[in-house]
Structures are given as C-alpha cells and as structure tokens.
Design a protein around this ligand. Structure first.
Ligand SMILES: *Cc1c(COP(=O)(O)O)cnc(C)c1O
Length: 350
C-alpha cells in the first residue's frame, strides 16, 4: 500500500511483532490462567509485556490493565469511575473534540443522569487548562482530556491539566491512543491517574490496548466485563497471549526515525496552496490541511490516489463532516476541502 497515508487510523503490524506473536497462537496456546507449566509460560510472557508498557510511561506493571483497545480502555475509565457514583451522580469534564468513543460514552452517561462539561478548543484545536479549571464544580470527579488529537495532531497541555486535577483532588484520565510511544510520557510527572493506549496505532495488532490505572490494586473502578478475575478483576476474559506479546514487542521496537514516506510527502505537499490546521504544538506525523479551493483539492486527489481520510476514519463511515473541524471554526465548505494525511508514526524527541 504505497499510497497509504492514513496511519492515524491504523498501522500495519511490523514483521518483528508478527514473528513474536506466532508461537503463542499454536505452539504455546495454553490458557495463561492455568496452573500448569504451559499456562505459566504464557502468563510469564504476558507479565513481560506488562512490564514493557509500564516502563514506557513510568508506571508499575500492576497498574496496566489489558483491554481490547483504546475504545474499551476509554469506556472502562469513564464508566468505571462514573458507576461508583450511580446514586448521587457526579460531574465529568471532557472536551468537545475527543474521539467518538469518549463523546458517545459521555452522551450515554448524560442520558442516565450524569453531568458533563464539554470544553471547546481554540482555533488551533488546543484545550485551555484555564477553561478546565473554571469548569470544576463541587461534584466534579473526573477530568478526561485526550493527549493528541487524532484529526489535527494538536498536542494538548496535559501536564498543566493534570496539575489542576491534582490540586483539586480530581481523577485525571487521558486518551493517549495517538500519543503513546510517539511522545514522552511519565504518569507521575504529568499527574495522570488513568491513560488509554492502543496496539494498532503503534505497529501492534488490532484488538489489544490497555488502561493504566494508578494504584490499580486499590482502585474501585467498576468492571465493564465481569469474569474469572483476570486483570485484577477489573477486566474479565481469557487474556489474549499473542496480542499482548505483540503489543509489548511493538513498544520495544517502535521506530525512532522518519521513513522515506515523510520526505516524499513533504516534497509533494509544498506544491499546493493550503492552510495547515492544528497549531504549532502539533504531532508532525498528522498533517491536517484545508486546500485553498476546489481546484487544489482536485489537483491533490486526482494526481495522487491517496489512501487518506477526511476528518477521521470513523467519520468517513458516517459521511458527516467532522465534529473536530466544526469545533475549530471551519465552515462546511472548508471542511469539505480539508484532509488528514497521516504519516508512519515514530518517536518524536522534545
Ligand atoms: C484510534 C483511537 C481510538 C480507538 O482505539 P481502538 O484501539 O481502535 O479502540 C481512541 N482514541 C483515539 C484518539 C484514537 O486515535
């Protein structure tokens, strides 16, 4: 897929990841919860992966709960916390440009009586920590602001938001599906209490992700899937050894450098007239552009048969203009001329 420039939607599994996963599907398929030596072997592989992920974000292995992906991790963080307050209900602060899995979870929680504030971004797609501070109420129990916006690439000031949450004794969750491995994360320095991550955004397999939960052992997070006590009883279901091993290997081998695709794209895009959306504090692998007119759009899409998205992949299915683009003030016409080109992710220093 030479023309694939939609890496923010999904990445391919790397060869190393695929090779590492293979033995756990047929040779060593035992249930990792089983007491026999084959089960224990699988369990040990899972714990190694847990250690790799914990180390990447400055957490303890016991604070990593494996899930089916970032969508489930986000649901687990929001519903798991909200369901502790089913009787008195509580207030949650989030932003209006979160991923749909956060927004739809919040709409559901509103339907059953919770109060939600959706902080709007500025025109660069940044959430102001001051607006978050002003939104705090007596019954605010959770602040959930994403790390990197999946459509714009804008990096949110999560350190400042984490500090505000900490000062006010409010749990801080961040959806870092687009930030994990690409940017430095230290959950202590950034006052993050819960963090969602996903495998298939970092050359790992689809269907695996994790939620970091501060002091998970003592956590009162309400499980979404009750099961056989796996994952500290917070997430039931037989642990998928191949996927978990794949996730760990993806983290260990995450690329440190740009690929040739970046150079190629830089050379192409400079020949067009466009406005770049998403401000200066922006992940360089997500390029959101509004072309100056329909002629430029045609030139871009006809000359280069890109696999790209208008807005996010999820919006493409529903074929409605992106909520993110409307929120940063684009008109419907501008949104129509707007494209997200996302390049192979790599670790971005500083
Ligand atoms: C991809 C993505 C998700 C969903 O992750 P899955 O693992 O596919 O469920 C959530 N949030 C953001 C910001 C994403 O980019």
């Amino acid at each position: 897929m030479n023309n694939y420039y939609d890496y923010a939607a999904s990445t391919p599994v790397s060869d190393l990841v695929l090779d590492a996963m293979h033995p756990w599907m047929q040779l060593s398929f035992a249930n990792p919860s089983a007491a026999h030596t084959e089960g224990q072997k699988a369990s040990k592989a899972i714990e190694e992966s847990r250690m790799i992920i914990a180390e990447k974000i400055g957490a303890m292995p016991s604070e990593i709960i494996f899930t089916s992906g970032a969508s489930e991790a986000n649901n687990m963080a929001l519903k798991g916390l909200a369901f502790q307050y089913l009787n008195e209900k509580c207030h949650i602060i989030t932003s209006s440009i979160e991923h749909k899995c956060i927004l739809n979870t919040c709409y559901f929680l509103e339907d059953i009586g919770f109060e939600i504030t959706y902080i709007p971004p500025n025109k660069n797609g940044e959430i102001s920590p001051e607006l978050v501070r002003k939104a705090i109420r007596d019954n605010t129990k959770l602040i959930s602001i994403h790390h990197v916006n999946n459509e714009l690439g804008s990096i949110q000031p999560i350190e400042a938001i984490g500090e505000i949450a900490f000062e006010n004794n409010i749990v801080f969750h961040t959806d870092s599906a687009q930030g994990f491995c690409k940017l430095n994360i230290d959950v202590d320095d950034m006052n993050i209490d819960m963090l969602s991550l996903s495998g298939h955004k970092i050359y790992g397999p689809k269907g695996i992700g994790a939620l970091y939960v501060r002091n998970a052992r003592e956590s009162e997070l309400v499980p979404l899937i009750h099961g056989g006590g796996q994952e500290l009883g917070i997430r039931g279901g037989t642990s998928p050894t191949p996927l978990i091993v794949g996730l760990g290997v993806a983290v260990l081998n995450f690329p440190q450098k740009k690929s040739d695709k970046h150079l190629y794209f830089e050379n192409v895009i400079k020949n067009f007239n466009f406005i770049h959306n998403g401000g200066n504090d922006n992940l360089s692998t997500i390029c959101n552009v509004t072309f100056s007119d329909d002629k430029e759009v045609k030139r871009f899409t006809n000359d280069y048969p890109w696999y790209i998205s208008q807005g996010s992949a999820c919006n493409s299915i529903s074929n409605i203009a992106s909520h993110v683009l409307f929120n940063i003030g684009l008109t419907e016409d501008e949104a129509r001329r707007t494209f997200r080109i996302s390049l192979p992710p790599y670790y971005i220093t500083s």
